[in-house]
Design a protein around this ligand. Sequence first.
Ligand code: HEM
Length: 525
Amino acid sequence: TRFLLQVSALHGSASSRSLEATTTTTTAAPASATAPPAQPSLSEELAEGGRVKSLREMPGPSAVGNLVEFFYRDGFSRIHEIQLEHSQKYGKIFKSRFGPQLVVSIADRDLVAQVLRAEGVTPQRGNMDSWKEYRDLRGRSTGLISAEGDDWLSMRGVLRQLIMRPRDVAVFSDDVNSVVVDLVDKVRRLRCQQPDGLTVLNINDLFFKYAMESVASILYEARLGCLEDEIPKMSQEYIKALNLMFSSFKTTMYAGAIPKWLRPIFPKPWEEFCSSWDGLFKFSQIHIDRKLAEIKRKVEKGEEVEGGLLTHLLVTKEMNVEEIYANMTEMLLAGVDTTSFTLSWSTYLLARHQTVQQQIYEEVTKVLGGRVATADDVPQLPLIRGLVKETLRLFPVLPGNGRVTQDDLILGGYFIPKGTQLALCHYSTSMDEENFPCAEDFRPDRWLRKDTSDRVDNFGSIPFGHGIRSCVGRRIAELELHLALIQLLQKFHIDVSPVTGDVRAKTHGLLCPAVPINLRFVDRK
Ligand code: HEM
């Protein structure tokens, strides 16, 4: 989700919560966690004689300190660490200034819960002006990520019905599994190229191709050829546009370094931003138009039209074609790096923790033998689910998220006026010992439920967000992750290559490996 470089703020109501409660709050909490206590209301807080403090009284780093941290000491690649440092220094709620923008950071599970539980009907993450500007310039629609208000609500309503429950996406098991077969083949071909015949260099490069291929097989109902030795030209061009987007984001959007009035003097970042969006939209449009033409041909011949997500959207016309272009473009953008980084971290963690790998392998073998799994098998594999949850706790691809408050509220004793940008510090809460004892340790079994009474809402680790504006692709991502990890474990014993040391995380929009991860894939007997 290179898109999330921009993400930073939010807000929300009870009606919206109930709308998606069944699909978005199903993250199992670790057995050791406790439910966040109900938050006091404004009147309760005042009745208790507690004085509500103003934003002016809130601690936080100085504007100059932030400038030095981010621009001089390259804080952009250490956002997760700065989050931790600042929360340790200033407390669980603190303010920061980035130029004219004031941001209130929340690094406390219960306060995060308070914010997300109070969301209205159309929560807002942050300022998406540049995304909207591009779309207005080219006469394009917004998609779920860039849309706000009623436009967002109606598109979300459509997609929510189609892909937000595990059973909705279970039908894609065969499509995803056929991509996993190609992934396994590719591992075998790549390792042959190394002197030891076992090592795959820079594993994320491979998982990027897997993630793109598998999400596209769902979104476009088409194969792109990313796992072939010769990637088709059109897919290569898409990857180029994605990379351009990634590199130009840092200057244009995230850093906010190029305000609009400076564009005539420094035109390149904005031009690159537009040209990468042109590339991304073009790619989606080609695939969607192709499908549309196929449907029309079938209808003309009087044949039955069958298909998946895209066919459904095109046939039912619940969204117009421009909205379909925009949503497919934004979902593909959101669905590639997120999934590939998570797979890189999962396999790296398995390679570093052989006992855990053995434990999960035994579970897979016991339940499946050598059989290929489908989505229906996943509930019987709690350690595979725990592996993904624990990976995303230790390495939340989105270490922080944002909301713009849509009402005045009291948070942690401070008065937060409507329209304030909040930063939800998910990395800090994931690493908080109070939420996760021995937080540094990799323990997928902490997610096993001992019995149903252990099942509590937990806001300490919410890698897909929570509530009505949470990740719409969560179930698709989980399907791709679970099915790939199961087959990789069935086929290979995964080990760290001697040329890979301790890999740390850095932020480059998302939380990603700071150096290439090289792993050895040894055939299981
Ligand atoms: C490991 C994989 C993924 C992670 C960790 C992840 C995480 C997130 C997070 C944290 C958000 C923001 C939620 C919020 O503001 O509360 C988000 C939004 C979103 N994600 Fe994902 N995501 C992943 C994969 C995907 C995939 C595969 C797709 C598409 C198929 C996708 C599509 C989206 C979209 C469209 C949004 C915006 C939703 C809206 O504003 O209504 N994501 N994701």
